[in-house]
Design a protein around this ligand. Structure first.
Ligand SMILES: [Mg+2]
Length: 347
């Protein structure tokens, strides 16, 4: 089995601001596993908040080279603990390899990845479109540029959060969800939850910091008018049980938890616990979005607009248009990076 990586600079359609900072371009690392004439694709993006650079990710992924023969013969879920150990627990780097391994094995088995897991594709949720923090005028502009999405996820954590939601609400009757990215306190969230409910917001994602005391989460869980979904507080498999009783649901990010293997298990566990399930994404190409889309049959909510936020996407795969997620006709995740066959970048 051959392993290649390709570095991409993905330009964003607009600068993307959340409560922690702004990006205008996303650095992404594409991973390709090749054997028997089949290519399996994975992706991971640079992330300053989680201290991952393209260099650190590449270096970690290189450690997997001795495992390639084993990755070809073993199911990705069986291979996952070995990958985690070999890559020093770097969930971001492991996720790209686990994604590519799933893609390769599903293609080899002649099925899409969701079918490789034995899932049934019935009714799956539509994706939201994210409106990042900006002046109200600019946020309205972003909404008006993408007017046909059924759901918008609004990033908050500013000094005028209610004013933002109220202004956007005047412009559309679509569903709203809000994400405060850890920027609020308990009392603030409880108060805002009443106002946001009146503005027809469906839920609040991660209002409190991950480090907030458990007692704060309890108080919020019991006092809020809207469901609270964990994101920063639910990064790995162990976090799911910890979030039970503190949050109403979890938002799983494939790169944070370490790939499709743990993401699949986290969503199953959350459903066993009676929690709502969601999969989110980074600003990333259609490769990572297509991989995450395989989890749709396990979801109540989807936030898979990462490639829709790009000015241009050199990859192809699942297409997300106005919330509708159209699978590709290809096997596996159905995604690839065209035109790179002859020029893998040197490690
Ligand atoms: Mg979030």
């Amino acid at each position: 089995m051959q392993l290649d990586t390709f570095e991409l600079k993905l330009p964003l359609a607009h600068p993307f601001t959340i409560s922690r900072g702004t990006i205008t371009e996303q650095s992404s690392l594409i991973v390709r596993l090749q054997a028997d004439g089949i290519s399996g694709w994975g992706e991971v993006t640079q992330n300053r908040y989680y201290d991952r650079t393209i260099e650190s990710l590449k270096a970690a992924i290189e450690l997997a080279r001795p495992l390639l023969p084993q990755m070809m013969s073993e199911h990705p879920a069986d291979m996952w603990p070995t990958l985690m150990e070999t890559l020093g627990g770097d969930t971001f780097a492991v996720s790209a390899l686990d994604m590519a391994a799933h893609d390769w094995h599903a293609r080899k088995a002649g099925v899409p990845t969701w079918k490789y897991w034995g899932l049934t594709w019935n009714e799956v949720p539509q994706s939201s479109f994210t409106i990042a923090i900006d002046s109200i005028e600019k946020m309205l502009e972003k909404l008006n540029e993408q007017p046909n999405w059924p759901i918008y996820k609004i990033k908050l954590g500013t000094s005028n959060d209610i004013e933002i939601v109220r202004s956007l609400r005047e412009a559309t009757r679509a569903k709203f969800r809000v994400d405060a990215n850890c920027a609020w306190t308990v009392d603030q969230t409880i108060k805002l939850s009443d106002e946001l409910k009146e503005l027809k917001v469906e839920f609040i994602e991660q209002p409190l910091p991950r480090e907030a005391p458990e007692a704060d989460h309890w108080r919020l869980h019991d006092g809020t008018a809207l469901p609270i979904i964990a994101d920063e507080s639910c990064q790995t498999e162990e976090d799911v049980d910890k979030c039970h009783g503190l949050f109403h649901g979890i938002n799983v990010k494939v790169c944070k938890c370490g790939g499709l293997t743990p993401a699949f298990r986290m969503l199953k566990r959350a459903r066993e616990l009676g929690m709502q399930t969601m999969v989110g994404c980074m600003v990333e190409s259609s490769i990572a979005i297509s991989a995450a889309a395989q989890l749709l049959p396990l979801l109540d909510y989807a936030d898979l607009d990462g490639s829709a936020l790009l000015a241009s996407d050199p990859t192809k795969g699942v297409v997300v248009t106005n919330g509708q997620i159209q699978l590709s006709s290809e096997l596996g995740h159905g995604a690839s990076l065209p035109g790179c066959d002859s020029k893998p970048q040197a490690p």
